[in-house]
Write a protein that binds this ligand. Structure first.
Ligand code: PRT
Ligand code: MG
Length: 232
């Protein structure tokens, strides 16, 4: 390590793997990682590589599907990851330590229908409805808490199409600007919960790699706090 340009070069002996998904999570996580002194050396949008190195020896990023991030961290294939609360609710939090709300990837989980659909009347009549969603577990719990009878239809994407094509009466999906709903003549009729992305950590890594993981968590927490203060 003598003469190393990297102050944390001892990390070279312990490897640290971060699991991120491409797109908004990667983009919004970058400044938080930078605050912790970690800068990926490649952009996953332009690189086909699934394992990306960083400026820090021994620290790498694995690029996985958003819904696969908890799985990688749970099994210890990644030590740390960033996942939406939507994804974590579906996956379950077993085997995952969730120390921080990163306050990124903000949106809300909502129930949406075709414009003009009599949602209030449907709820009042206690009619059985068909719900299409990627978020089956969250949707089931939401409607069960309301005492509504629903048939859940699992989809993997483009939920907005389901009410238009006659596959379902309503959808449960994420909404941020509302533009997608609007473009498809749908309206949000109920908010289920606010969503943001969380830092998740493998509990064994937290113990065994504490010297690397703890400073990372602290630096990211400070960055989140700093950003919150800046926008206030
Ligand atoms: O795309 P892929 O199938 O691989 O996975 P993914 O769609 O789960 O991943 P990605 O990268 O699209 O989203 C990652 C995470 O970003 C999600 O798990 C959420 O926690 C968070 N996030 C924040 C969102 C949104 N905002 C969001 N608006 N994820 C998806 N959307 C979609 C939404 O499903 C809808 O189709 O954007 C559309 C609505 O956006 P507006 O702005 O038109 O309302
Ligand atoms: Mg997507």
């Amino acid at each position: 390590m003598k003469g190393s340009r990297f102050p944390h070069a001892r990390i070279a002996v312990t490897t640290l793997t971060l699991a991120l998904s491409k797109g908004r999570i990667f983009e919004e996580t970058l400044p938080l990682l930078a605050a912790a002194g970690i800068v990926p050396v490649e952009d996953p949008e332009s690189s086909r590589k699934l394992i990306i190195g960083t400026n820090r020896p021994g620290v790498s990023v694995v690029i996985v599907r958003a819904s696969d991030v908890p799985t990688y961290v749970q099994y210890g294939a990644a030590d740390v990851g960033v996942a939406g609360k939507d994804v974590l609710l579906e996956h379950g939090s077993e085997g995952l330590y969730q120390p921080l709300d990163l306050e990124i990837g903000k949106c809300r989980m909502a129930v949406a229908t075709r414009r003009g659909y009599d949602w209030a009347g449907t709820v009042q009549r206690g009619a059985r409805i068909r719900v299409a969603t990627k978020y089956v577990r969250t949707a089931r719990e939401h409607f069960a808490a309301k005492g509504m009878h629903v048939d859940l239809i699992k989809l993997y994407g483009s939920m907005e199409l389901a009410p238009l094509a006659g596959l379902a009466d309503v959808i449960v999906d994420l909404v941020s600007t509302g533009n997608t709903l609007k473009a498809n003549d749908l309206v949000a009729v109920e908010d289920i919960m606010p969503i943001s992305s969380r830092l998740i950590v493998n509990p064994a890594a937290l113990k065994l790699k504490r010297a690397e993981v703890q400073p990372l968590l602290e630096a990211i927490a400070r960055a989140v706090e700093g950003r919150r203060k800046a926008v206030q």
